[in-house]
Design a protein around this ligand. Structure first.
Ligand code: SF4
Length: 445
């Protein structure tokens, strides 16, 4: 998943305007004879850098002048009168992301095997992707032009990796000097302009935990509700990141963090009406705790960062159960197959599916796939690789295999180690599907 939206950056050179990749038949764009391969250079005289610019500059406008560089090389100027809200019917190329200028101790790029695909080592740091997809940025190298763009185009919320409000600690973690690490003025400028921020702390034992963490939470909570939430996620060390300045996250460490932060959360809930500072699911599971209640997570502000995913899964499972009570699955006996997941979530999934099997006659098996590619400390399903699945194939039972969709590259049926799903399926000798929860639930209709 962390490869999401960065591929174009390593395969394309930045060019003028934004490229049209598709035109909906019978749409306004088709009427204007726009085609895939054309580039929109300007809207009403203003340069277009990407599809966000196009969206921003055309939004709410009914009379427009487009400057288009046709794929034939011709330049067209098109005057348009459109109905309010009328869609163009255009699809555009992905944004070419900007690269970060940090040297974080824990950067995921250092955790990749030496032969990993180049796209896995791309360090994106882009406020546009932060707005569009919730990618975190550190703001250490945001330019004046980017800052103005965030404010002018209201690219809110922004997701900011704060890690620590203590400057020395932040600078140490990011591998930059303190001046660069200091983003307080930048954050204030965004907040004063009405841009909301969700913050993140990658928790590194002995570096930004304990008092430093508590101060970080307090400093950020002082800006609530403009700073909406803080996600505290544990450092994940693969077997390739052997930086001696980093200490492994252990179950005992997770236990300490929970004991330390639970009273802080309680206090925040009393004062702010929200938990505000959320611990990653991984912290609870590795400490052997059950995850907090639904109430704890509110509207799940940081679910994409692994905060509340397990609770949300329980909720979805309960809904599915109630639906099946009313309308039991018609072909339950035929649902005999294996669901693959990471080692952290496997016991929970196993427990839920055993109950489902007993009640409704299905025959789902759960296999916990050990991550040998990145190392056994990486336990989440989203980082599972094809080679890991093959290594676990002796445990697969039944007539089909289901793997988590999150383990695939966002736009292709390919895994982090480069293995294609079709090749994996061939090696397993069974039908293999990559599904999310809703798709899995649909099998039981
Ligand atoms: S900000 Fe840090 S963790 Fe993120 S890509 Fe850059 S170096 Fe890596």
């Amino acid at each position: 998943m962390y490869e999401f939206a960065v591929t174009p950056a390593v395969t394309q050179i930045r060019r003028r305007g934004v490229e049209v990749t598709d035109v909906t038949p019978a749409s306004l764009a088709a009427e204007l004879e726009l085609e895939a391969g054309d580039r929109i250079i300007k809207v009403n005289g203003r340069a277009v850098r990407d599809y966000l610019d196009f969206r921003f500059q055309t939004g709410g406008e009914t009379e427009l002048v487009l400057n288009v560089l046709k794929k034939t090389g011709e330049e067209w100027e098109i005057e348009i009168d459109r109905d309010e809200g009328e869609d163009f019917g255009l699809a555009f190329e992905n944004i070419v992301p900007r690269q970060c200028a940090n040297e974080c101790l824990f950067c995921f790029c250092k955790g990749n095997p030496p032969d990993a695909r180049p796209a896995l080592s791309f360090r994106d740091e882009d406020v546009r992707l932060s707005f569009l997809y919730g990618n975190y940025t550190t703001l250490t190298s945001i330019t004046e032009q980017e800052m103005r763009r965030v404010i002018e185009q209201r690219l809110t919320p922004q997701y900011v990796s704060v890690h620590a409000t203590d400057l020395k600690v932040r600078a140490h973690l990011l591998g930059v000097d303190e001046q660069r690490a200091d983003i307080s003025a930048k954050m204030r400028r965004m907040l004063d302009a009405g841009i909301e921020i969700h913050a993140q702390v990658v928790l590194c034992p002995g570096i930004n935990d304990g008092e430093i963490l508590q101060r970080t939470i307090c400093d950020l909570a002082a800006e609530y509700p403009r700073v909406k939430s803080v996600a505290i996620v544990p450092l994940g060390l693969t077997r390739y990141n052997t930086d001696e300045r980093l200490t492994h996250v252990t179950p005992a460490f997770c236990e300490l963090v929970i004991r330390h932060i639970t009273p802080v959360q309680r206090d925040l809930r009393k004062r702010l009406g929200t938990t505000f500072a959320f611990l990653g699911d991984e912290i609870y599971l590795r400490a052997g705790h059950s995850v907090p209640s639904r109430r704890h997570y509110g509207d799940y502000p940081q679910i994409e960062d692994g905060i509340g995913m397990v609770r949300s899964f329980y909720e979805d499972f309960q809904k599915l159960w109630r639906r099946l009570e009313q309308r039991p699955p018609r072909y339950a006996q035929q649902l005999n197959g294996t669901i693959l997941t990471g080692t952290l979530f496997a016991p929970i999934l196993k427990d839920l599916l055993t109950r489902l099997n007993e009640r409704f006659g299905t025959c789902f098996h759960v296999v916990a796939v050990k991550n040998q590619y990145f190392g056994s400390e990486i336990e989440v399903a989203g980082l599972m690789t094809g080679t890991d699945i093959i290594a676990a194939c002796h445990a697969i039972k039944g007539d089909f295999v289901i793997m988590p969709r999150a383990a695939l590259k966002s736009d292709e049926a390919i895994m982090l180690d480069g293995m294609k799903v079709e090749d994996l399926q061939q090696q397993l000798g069974l039908p293999l599907s990559a599904l999310n929860f809703d798709e899995l639930a649909a099998m039981l209709s």
